[in-house]
Write a protein that binds this ligand. Sequence first.
Ligand code: PEP
Ligand code: MG
Length: 568
Amino acid sequence: MLKGIGVSKGYGIGRVVIANETQISYVSKKDCNPEKEHERFISALDAFFKRNQELAKKLSETVGEKEAEIINGHIMMMRDPYMSSEIEKNIADGICAEDAFARVCDTFIAMFSSVDDEMTKQRAVDVKDIKTEILGILTGTEILDLSRIEKGSVLVAKELTPSMTACINKDNVVALVTEIGSKTSHAAILARAMEIPAVLSVVGATDELKNGDVIVVNGITGEIITSPTNEQTAFYLQKRLEYISERKALSRFIGLESKTSDGIKVDLYGNIGTPEDAERVLEYDGEGIGLFRTEFLFMDRTSAPGENEQFEAYKKALLIMKGKQVIIRTLDIGGDKDIPYMGMKKEENPFLGFRAIRYCLKNKDIFTTQLRALIRASNYGNLSIMIPLITGVDELREAKGMIKDIMDEFRANDIPFDENLKIGVMIETPAAVIMADVLAKEADFFSIGTNDLTGYTLAVDRGNADVEYLYSSYSPSVLRSIKHVITEAKKAGIPVGMCGEGAADPMLIPLLISFGLDEFSVSATSILSTRKELSRWSKSEADEAAERVMSLDTERKISQELCKITSE
Ligand code: PEP
Ligand code: MG
């Protein structure tokens, strides 16, 4: 049995497909017939164009325009006349098509890799991809295409990038297993959005598992059964069916209010990464958007989206939500979210480094573009802006100052926007917790980011498997922080929500009710289960649970007690 972190619930039983980088071998030949090699190369190019045009079309239809752009970029590279003339020169010298092409690719790869600029380095990665694909066609080597893997596959990889994950056809992939990644990595977030069971951080998965092995993936416990017996397979097939029907049963919570058993109403919102995700939030009856992670708009492309493109994306989310509140978080890059073309340096401690609001305040052109797009979009619905990784009131003041300047300019130029636009703060650093009373005087609302708050409070890197045992929102320090933030928000009379994974955790829900959390923002697929959990508790029962738990002094005692209380 293998074990990792269960990041997307459900059970997947299927055949392993290892997503390895394709290795291609061929014999270099000199003194070839140039005419014949030219023909071989042209027909390989034709096959490449055909395959990629189809893929780009499919991607733009099923996933989005920005994913399709990556593939269109590859097509454009191969249409570059300089590149083809260099290849043809080699072919004319009698070199075989494989070598003629590979040599030119290698020159470009070396050239792009040597430049100290992330965007140029990314081009080297693109050329490597193209090289593998065209050499694959020339040599007849099978190249794994994630969008085309067979029905019933469990995809196993060292790491899945967001763009790889987005390419997956969810009808064919029954589970995901990777060696790298955590609950909050973007592959995990996408897996949950697609409802594919996933276990990440499985050490040695690509060595231990072989293509074609039948395995059982338990996305709840993080366990992987490598050679299931017939009994085990039958057992998990049954569990899978039960899980699916349980999810269906949740549909009776569609259309109900989100409230405790004694009628205390809270707001139940969804987290999104693209405007289209808002449709899913509505599908699951979400009452608003509590977190739009805008960094997804900047990923898997070669340059930042401009003001108009961003404006259209924010406007789209607002129009989909038809007047319901949409909280859009400003760019949160850095940490585990590197965007190659944004010119960020490699950092020793990226989670403690040049991230989120810190980056934005030092790159005012990028920040201003986003704020302008947001403020323009505010005219089309109920938009609120949220600032991530705040550590003190000076950062909030500076961001608010920039927003005010843009609003003044818009007013002077008759550009319409929402004059009541709210500006909130994400509470995800211990500094923000300690300064909550001060921040509450200048922020319109708080949203607690338990993913980062847990990591920063306990000084644990969320993606580091060695210290993962410490990463727990049940730690008394984290719970006291959450309680303190909610109390301070109440004192100041501002609403307080939670948009980290903690908001969907059934073990935390009684505590959050007791502390008085106003808004829960969870992934679309957790909206109905959260509504169900909320309806299980009355305020007095939640208070009693909180009193018992908050008197305990260790994470272990608290998690055991919460487990007992919530399963009673
Ligand atoms: C959080 O830190 O809890 C959060 C919601 O932000 P992210 O996971 O995007 O860092
Ligand atoms: Mg965060």
